[in-house]
Design a protein around this ligand. Structure first.
Ligand code: XUL
Length: 538
């Protein structure tokens, strides 16, 4: 059997990717969209309605209904699930599921004649699950950070300072506001370990990759952190599943899935992980020096790290990589919408936007814009404002170039903490189709840039993780480069090489940009002298 199934329980859908590892083939790609197929759960784009805009919960029973429905669809398509050797999965990070003491038995004795949702409903100690879009826990973040010695101390311990969406602050809020339900909670799972528990018919562990997104795991020791647990909620240790390596085999598949969908009883269930750690594998980032920049609503920068370098300034997160190493994830909120704002202010089409980039020069003659059209988290800028240095509102082309150069410079500066020399960048997301943007990216980072056709990188990464863990457990371990080969490859002909002269300009430009940023954010020195130095140097 060389078929491996990867599932991705994401915010708006559940997806499946089936790969044949021997033939290097993607056999199947199938999804259930919650809006389209499970509207009766009342979620909109995966989120339950709430009067409080900072609250974002989802319905865990909807995720289970999607699992039954997806497997039904695969059967209906004639997919022979008895040939699947192992399953692994990916879950939206940070979201949590709360189970009572009945859950252990319910998981053990799932009845194939009934739906998963119906059977799990009585095992929930909290009917809804807070997910990563929830930002209602600033108070709890402050309390936890104060108890542990401040944001830098929390980051040093867990890989990130406290973030509202992270599971620890969410658990603290639940323990404070719903004391009785918290007391009746026997196990708190992440979305990933919850879905894995269903497949395995027992409480599954939380893997080191997703565990790092909780503000509860000691990032270096990969164990629950006693000071973090103490600062978060009473009696929390007993309510958390075990932590495990991402390549752990949790067990064989529950008889529920064997009888109902025809899986082999030998099918192995591999620990699930978070969607970002799975995507790292799905785009083939298994060595130092390669990063992925996704240009979407917000821009994200993520990459493999051999060691857990931690940003003292709270610039991003450190998660575990499924390879047993580490990864960074840095989010820049001012992404597409900011580029679009500049385009719209000047009444341009995207084509004219690209032309403007081509008609202006690297370094923009020392004109700088800081791209904070809305509040930013990297670097932290709470009041949205745009600072323009030596840039006139009438200079259309220069404004266009300034916003893209600012975004790329900010990424280069605020990813330095990773301590990794970037040689190759995989660009994904809508704006990665724009070659003029990719040229600035290549020159600012002094790295080759490739476009990457990512269809469902998290589900693909999960399927490849299933193959890797199963082969390892069978004594036929396949090295990671061989696992990802042929599946997770950039588009060779899309390569953009850095231009030597432009790279030189940007080396100086980064100093100027940093001086402007310091001036605007921290009231640093007027950057006029930095501009003069820049103009002399280029
Ligand atoms: C990462 C994060 C999101 C979710 C999306 O920290 O919050 O990327 O994982 O599913």
């Amino acid at each position: 059997m060389s078929l491996y199934l990867g599932l991705d329980s994401s915010t708006q859908s559940l997806s499946a990717i089936l790969v044949d590892i021997e033939k290097r083939q993607l056999v199947l790609d199938q999804s259930i969209n919650y809006n389209e197929r499970l509207a009766e759960f009342g979620c909109r784009n995966g989120v339950l309605p709430s009067d409080d805009p900072t609250v974002a919960h989802s319905d865990p029973l909807m995720w289970l209904a999607a699992l039954d429905m997806l497997l039904d669809d695969l059967r209906a398509k004639g997919v022979d699930l008895s040939q699947v050797a192992a399953i692994a999965g990916s879950g939206q990070q940070h979201g949590s599921v709360y189970l009572n003491a009945k859950a252990t038995n319910v998981l053990k004795s799932l009845d194939p004649k009934k739906s998963l949702g119906k059977q799990l409903r009585p095992a929930l100690s909290r009917p809804t699950s807070p997910i990563w879009m929830d930002s209602s826990t600033r108070k709890q973040c402050d309390e936890i950070e104060a108890a542990v010695g401040g944001p830098a101390a929390v980051a040093e311990l867990t890989g990130s300072s406290c973030f509202e969406r992270f599971t620890g602050p969410q658990i603290r809020k639940f323990a404070q506001k719903e004391v009785v339900r918290y007391t009746h909670t026997d196990k708190i799972h992440l979305v990933s370990s919850f879905m894995c528990s269903i497949l395995a018919g027992k409480h599954a562990p939380i893997d080191h990759g997703d565990g790092a997104g909780m503000n509860l795991m000691d990032i270096r020791g990969r164990k629950w952190s006693a000071p973090m647990l103490k600062a978060t909620a009473p009696g929390l240790r007993a309510k958390l599943p075990a932590l495990a390596r991402s390549d752990s085999v949790v067990g064989r598949i529950s008889p529920y899935f064997v009888q109902k969908y025809g899986f082999s009883p030998q099918c192995r269930i591999v620990a699930w992980s978070g969607d970002n750690p799975c995507s790292l594998i799905g785009v083939g980032l298994i060595q130092s020096g390669k990063v992925c920049i996704s240009l979407g609503t917000s821009d994200t920068y993520f990459g493999f790290m051999p060691e857990p370098h931690i940003s003292k300034e709270g610039e991003g997160h450190v998660f575990g990589s499924p390879t047993g190493d580490y990864m960074s994830l840095i989010c820049f909120l001012n992404g597409s919408l900011t580029r679009e704002k500049v385009k719209d202010v000047f009444g341009l089409s995207w084509e004219q936007f690209s032309d403007a980039l081509r008609q202006t020069k690297p370094g923009n003659g020392g004109r700088v814009m800081l791209p904070y059209f809305s509040p930013e988290i990297t670097p932290k800028v709470l009041d949205p404002h745009v600072h323009r240095y030596w840039l006139e509102p009438s200079q259309v082309g220069e404004n266009v170039r300034a916003v893209v150069e600012a975004q790329m410079a900010s990424m280069a500066i605020h990813s330095k903490w990773m301590g990794v020399k970037t040689r190759m960048i995989y660009a994904t997301g809508g704006a990665s189709a724009n070659r003029a943007i990719l040229e600035i990216m290549a020159n600012v980072h002094n790295a080759d840039v490739y476009q990457f056709q990512v269809g469902k990188s998290a589900a693909l990464g999960a399927a490849l993780r299933a193959a890797h863990a199963d082969l390892k457990a069978s004594g036929n371990e396949m090295p990671w480069p061989q696992v990802v080969k042929g599946f997770a490859e950039p588009i060779a002909e899309s390569r953009v090489r850095p231009d030597r002269a432009a790279v030189k300009v940007y080396r100086e430009f980064l100093k100027l940009y940093k001086a402007c940023e310091d001036h605007a954010r921290r009231g640093g020195k007027d950057p006029e002298a930095a501009r003069e130095r820049f103009l002399r140097a280029v």
